[in-house]
Design a protein around this ligand. Structure first.
Ligand SMILES: *Cc1c(COP(=O)(O)O)cnc(C)c1O
Length: 378
């Protein structure tokens, strides 16, 4: 059996987790949290990086920081994870979906402007599969209409757009360290990236239950108290310790994933040449991170057939998002602007193949062979 995912594990996590446990300071913002946060601030060159218990919660913090009010509108793709939308719905926003591009499955930047109204407050590009959205165009639209850009970079750590790390282009951005992502903080976790300095202090306050506790610890105020809305958005230092083990091996994880991705691309090229399936496209200015290898077949029936064939062969392959606008809550909280030319039909064709740190060359070959066999039986 080749599982679809295995949480990344490099070997150093154990000793750091143990050290965090023994330090008797296991709560948030301990030693390992501070190591991780500094690492990200240096690597990304961002104004501030704050670990959170999940990407979902980093997005919720972003919605609080840009002060979303009931009735505000937020533009995003419908082909995404529920949290991209829910973070803003929780603050009373209405979600406005635009169609995706079939080549990257990312929001089509050419459709954004037509979706803007006088209620629009933010654009939330999702870098699907760790492949960048067309950020120059999106940032230009945002600045002309005075909108915030919040990158859902859950899948995009280590990817770049025109040489710039994803997560550093919008005003705010969120990473995920869930065990299905490239790097994990012991199963659950995330991070908020602050690129616009004006959010830095308030982000610390919101994350610390609405108190100025961080300023107190820095000696900036002589007592801390309730100063704003907030919640508890700190992960335990044990989670940070696990992540620290992975940050130290960050490049080797990235390289291995890219290698697996490349093997799939080369191995399945003949099926694309024979028009049996479509392989992912990486736009010219984008460097991705091997987060996901997906194929797209011709229709829902072929997908169902291939998925069950792979299951019989012991290969864990899966489909992905059910577009949010077609889901039960989508009817309540959102509208789709323009035509759904690609969102629904492209999402129905997509299958994700196993990609994880430690997946062997032999296993990748087994998966490739199984996909080929299926098409030779058709
Ligand atoms: C995984 C993911 C999330 C949620 O991440 P959590 O850390 O599980 O909250 C949000 N958006 C996208 C695009 C994701 O892939």
């Amino acid at each position: 059996m080749i599982p679809f995912n295995r949480p990344p594990y490099t070997g150093n996590e154990d000793q750091y987790v143990l050290a965090a446990m023994r330090s008797e300071k296991m709560s948030g913002d301990g030693e390992f949290s501070s190591l991780c946060q500094k690492w990200f601030e240096e690597m990304l060159g961002c104004k501030k990086f704050l670990l959170t218990p999940s990407c979902t919660q980093a997005l919720e913090m972003a919605a609080l920081l840009i002060d979303i009010q009931p009735g505000d509108e937020v533009i995003m793709p419908s082909y995404t994870f529920v949290s991209t939308a829910n973070a803003f719905v929780l603050r009373g926003a209405r979600i406005v979906f635009v169609d995706i591009r079939p080549d990257t499955m990312n929001m089509d930047e050419a459709l954004i402007e037509a979706a803007i109204t006088d209620k629009t407050k933010a654009i939330v590009p999702v870098h699907y599969a760790g492949v960048a959205c067309e950020m120059d165009v999106i940032m230009d639209i945002a600045s002309r209409h005075n909108l915030f850009v919040i990158e859902d970079a859950a899948q995009a750590m280590m990817s770049t757009y025109k040489g710039r790390p994803l997560g550093t282009i919008g005003h705010l951005a969120a990473f995920s360290f869930h065990e299905t992502k490239n790097y994990t903080s012991a199963g659950e976790g995330g991070g908020l990236i602050i690129n616009d300095e004006k959010f830095s202090i308030r982000a610390e306050i919101i994350r610390e239950k609405g108190t100025n506790r961080n300023q107190y610890f820095r000696g900036m105020v002589d007592k801390y108290s309730w100063v704003d809305v907030g919640s508890s958005y700190l992960p335990s230092d044990i989670q940070a310790a696990y992540l620290w083990g992975q940050l130290e091996k960050c490049s080797s994880i990235n390289e291995l994933r890219l290698r697996i991705w490349g093997q799939y691309k080369t191995g399945l090229q003949c099926l694309e040449d024979a028009c049996k399936l479509t392989l992912p496209t990486i736009p010219q200015n984008c460097q991705h991170n091997g987060h996901m290898f997906y194929i797209k077949v011709d229709c829902l029936e072929t997908r169902a057939g291939l998925l069950s064939y792979l299951k019989d062969k012991g290969v864990g392959a899966v489909f992905h998002y059910v577009p949010l606008h077609s889901a039960l809550a989508g009817e309540k909280f959102s509208r789709f602007v323009g035509k759904d030319q690609f969102t629904t039909c492209e999402s129905e064709k997509l299958i994700r193949l196993p990609v994880w740190y430690g997946l062997s060359d032999a296993d990748v070959k087994t998966v490739i062979d199984a996909v080929k066999e299926y098409f030779s039986t058709l």
